[in-house]
Write a protein that binds this ligand. Structure first.
Ligand SMILES: Cc1cc2nc3c(=O)[nH]c(=O)nc-3n(C[C@H](O)[C@H](O)[C@H](O)COP(=O)(O)OP(=O)(O)OC[C@H]3O[C@@H](n4cnc5c(N)ncnc54)[C@H](O)[C@@H]3O)c2cc1C
Ligand SMILES: *[C@@H]1O[C@H](CO)[C@@H](O)[C@H](O)[C@H]1NC(C)=O
Ligand SMILES: *[C@@H]1O[C@H](CO)[C@@H](O)[C@H](O)[C@H]1NC(C)=O
Ligand SMILES: *[C@@H]1O[C@H](CO)[C@@H](O)[C@H](O)[C@H]1NC(C)=O
Ligand SMILES: *[C@@H]1O[C@H](CO)[C@@H](O)[C@H](O)[C@H]1NC(C)=O
Length: 625
């Protein structure tokens, strides 16, 4: 044996399956080509208005046989569940995903996240026209971005890792009457998924709340940028604690924890499923669009699934369960298409009612206002694209975070009666950008006025993470190739609570600007009066109310379209074991089931829910065999 081989064998013996970090062989020029291409694609992208491209060419149904478990949607939750269920060798698991397996290195550059929403990865949903928010956006609609492809919306999101307040889960245990949802009981599941890596020791990390060795890499972006440090200093001067928001208490300021790996996007398929995709009992069928869950009318038992692929229609049977993880809009859409939903609505659509449940009736979304631009006298770093790409290849720098953000604070408004955060601030360093107009769907004149004369701007985004308002998901008609009707209904609660919280947010941004740290950069608000708000005295409370209704839009943290609970008469769709009430062998286990607001970014919690779903299913079937 030659020396190198001996050394290799010794290394393997000593370190077992030691991870050897992937060293990128990509060059700056290759990345530049990908960027050029994506720019063209994003600038010519047209929003689809339906899913017609998945339609079959004829009516013939091809029978495909059976699997123990059929998982609908290979997104965040679907990828985790497929990974965990296929650990049981004797179970056959099928994943049906409308999109493809995406492997472009472009997608790994978080700095270009917004471009992905305007690409073939995107479903391109928008809300129906709104009356209480999104008024400064085209057609008074809010964008409702979701991705398709293995990994789901983690393919094009901001990769922020956050779990919410520990007491959230104790509340869930109460709502569901099931102590297994308490924080004490779900913390091990959060930790099971996580592989935490400290890269920036500037903010505290409470290691007893973090996992090591899990499938999901969690880290911070490095190096810390000027705006982030400034934001943290300003918060300290206001008396805000600097915390690990995934630790004992979420309340306070910090820097984002991201589920990137060496600064690159690591989507949930890549983390959880790709490493085991060769398992012989796991079958991933991409470009497969599910149109219906087959439910026996009398026994109310889910028997399988109908889907289309390449112009043909297939039926596949499930001998144990169908698991629905098609995301917050399409999970309720599929339930309703399959006869599970509000009786009146289904009858109006001409769909036979199998089970009358308030599916899609409590859609929750957070409003975010990203239009509070502040002029400063800071000299912005003007690295060239080549320099930024060089940094990216080393796992660092501005291209390793989305939307130029990384300073964050979770705060309580004076209206919050419990101990939850209801205001989240996100600090960002921004440039005026035609592309942002396209991405967010701004009315150009509103965007231009919001910018006003601001130069060298930073933005403090105001995000209401515990809103009282709710909206709906409904069908347009009984056609599975139509998009669902999404009505966010943001800031519409009759007491005006959500508006009060956002208005307090605006005032607290101005308090932040008065701190010594911010005074050092001479902050000034130079926005112009917005179209539609000219009748109010500029910068008065009435003006800011108008401003909020014009500029607040959906934060993409949508949840709760099929909430978990203990009583279907009170609007619960699934029980604490995630089984659909009154239907057998059918579970829902994605962002649809969150029963309350959870004060923040949902992916960490959705992964936990998926881990719990898999654990529950394993328990249920082992005990019954
Ligand atoms: C732009 C953006 C930024 C975000 N940033 C963050 C962030 O930084 N941190 C965070 O925590 N959250 C973030 N989110 C939210 C987060 O990504 C979602 O909450 C999460 O991905 C939802 O997971 P899910 O499993 O419920 O659904 P998804 O991940 O959306 O997966 C659903 C899957 O089902 C597939 N599917 C749907 N219908 C069908 C059908 N009929 N047949 C077959 N397949 C189907 C879809 O193609 C998709 O792959 C962001 C979202 C967006 C849009
Ligand atoms: C450029 O984009 C087109 C589609 O928009 C795609 O087919 C092609 O493969 C892309 N080229 C590269 C180098 O990524
Ligand atoms: C706005 O509505 C008009 C008419 O209803 C429609 O033609 C147009 O495509 C819509 N634009 C957007 C961006 O949704
Ligand atoms: C938006 O308005 C600005 C300023 O009036 C103008 O320069 C720009 O071309 C407009 N963009 C679009 C897409 O209309
Ligand atoms: C920015 O403004 C502040 C306050 O006016 C001043 O103290 C500081 O020197 C200025 N900095 C620069 C770089 O101009």
């Amino acid at each position: 044996m030659n020396k190198t081989i001996i050394k290799l064998v010794m290394t393997i013996l000593m370190f077992g399956l030691m991870k050897i970090d992937f060293v990128s062989s990509t060059t700056v020029d290759e990345l530049k080509k990908l960027i050029e291409n994506a720019t063209i694609e994003a600038n010519t992208y047209e929003f689809p208005t339906d899913a017609r491209k998945f339609e079959a060419k004829d009516d013939k149904i091809i029978e495909l046989g059976s699997y123990d478990f059929v998982i609908i949607g290979g997104g965040v939750a679907g990828s985790v569940i497929a990974s965990r269920l296929s650990e049981i060798r004797r179970w056959n698991v099928l994943v049906l995903e409308a999109g493809k397996v995406e492997e472009s290195e472009f997608n790994e550059m978080l700095g270009y996240t917004a471009f992905l929403a305007l690409s073939d990865l995107s479903w391109g949903f928008s809300s129906v026209p709104q009356t209480t928010a999104c008024l400064g956006f085209l057609n008074q609609t809010c964008r409702a971005y979701r991705a398709r492809g293995m990994g789901g919306t983690s393919l094009m999101n901001g990769a922020v890792y956050e779990r919410g307040m520990p007491s959230t889960f104790d509340e869930w245990a109460e709502i569901t009457n099931d102590p297994s949802w308490s924080y004490e009981n779900v913390l091990p599941l959060f930790e099971k998924s996580e592989d935490f890596h400290l890269r920036n020791p500037n903010t505290p990390v409470e290691s007893e709340y973090h996992g090591k060795g899990g499938l999901l890499n969690v880290e911070q972006k490095i190096p810390e940028d000027f705006v982030t440090s400034l934001f943290l200093e300003g918060q300290k001067e206001l008396g805000t604690d600097i915390v690990d928001y995934n630790g004992r208490s979420q309340l306070g300021a910090s820097i984002f924890q991201l589920y990137t790996k060496n600064g690159r996007r690591q989507d949930v398929y890549e983390a959880f499923l790709k490493p085991v995709k060769h398992r012989r009992n796991l079958h991933i069928s991409t470009e497969s669009y599910v149109t219906k869950i087959d439910i026996h009318r009398l026994s109310k038992k889910a028997k399988g699934v109908i889907f289309t692929r390449n112009g043909k229609t297939y039926r596949v049977k499930s001998t144990k369960e169908v698991i629905l993880t098609a995301g917050v809009f399409q999970t309720p859409q599929l339930l309703m298409l399959s006869g599970i939903g509000p009786r009146d609505h289904l009858q109006e659509m001409g769909i036979t009612v199998i089970r009358d449940l308030e599916v899609g009736s409590k859609l929750k979304e957070d409003p975010i206002c990203q239009a509070l631009y502040i002029t400063t006298n800071i000299t912005k770093i003007t690295d060239t694209l080549d320099q930024r790409l060089q940094q990216f290849l080393q796992g660092e720098g501005p291209l390793t975070q989305a939307y130029s953000t990384s300073g964050v604070a979770f705060l309580k408004s004076q209206f919050e009666e419990q101990n939850y955060a209801d205001i989240e601030f996100i600090a960002a360093s921004l440039e005026k950008s035609e592309f942002d107009v396209r991405y967010a769907g701004w009315k150009n004149e509103t965007y231009q006025a919001a910018w006003g004369d601001n130069t060298n701007a930073i933005a403090i985004n105001i995000h209401n993470v515990n809103p009282r308002s709710s909206g709906t998901v409904r069908l347009k008609n009984a056609d599975p190739f139509e998009y669902p009707l999404i009505d966010f209904n943001l800031m519409s609660d009759p007491e005006g609570h959500d508006m009060e919280v956002l208005y307090e947010g605006i005032n607290r941004v101005f308090d932040l600007l008065k701190t010594p740290s911010f005074q050092n950069i001479n902050p000034q608000y130079k926005g112009s009066p917005l179209p539609g708000c000219e009748d109010y005295q500029f910068l008065s409370k009435d003006y800011w109310y108008c401003f909020l209704r014009q500029t607040c839009t959906a934060a993409f943290h949508v949840r709760g379209s099929c909430p978990m609970g203990s009583d279907p008469d009170e609007g619960a769709i699934v029980d604490s074991r995630l089984r659909v009430f009154g239907v057998r062998r059918l579970r829902v286990a994605d962002s649809s089931v969150l029963p309350t607001s959870m004060s923040g970014h949902p992916v960490g919690t959705i992964i936990m829910i998926a881990e719990k779903a898999a654990q529950t299913i394993k328990y249920d079937y082992k005990s019954s065999q």
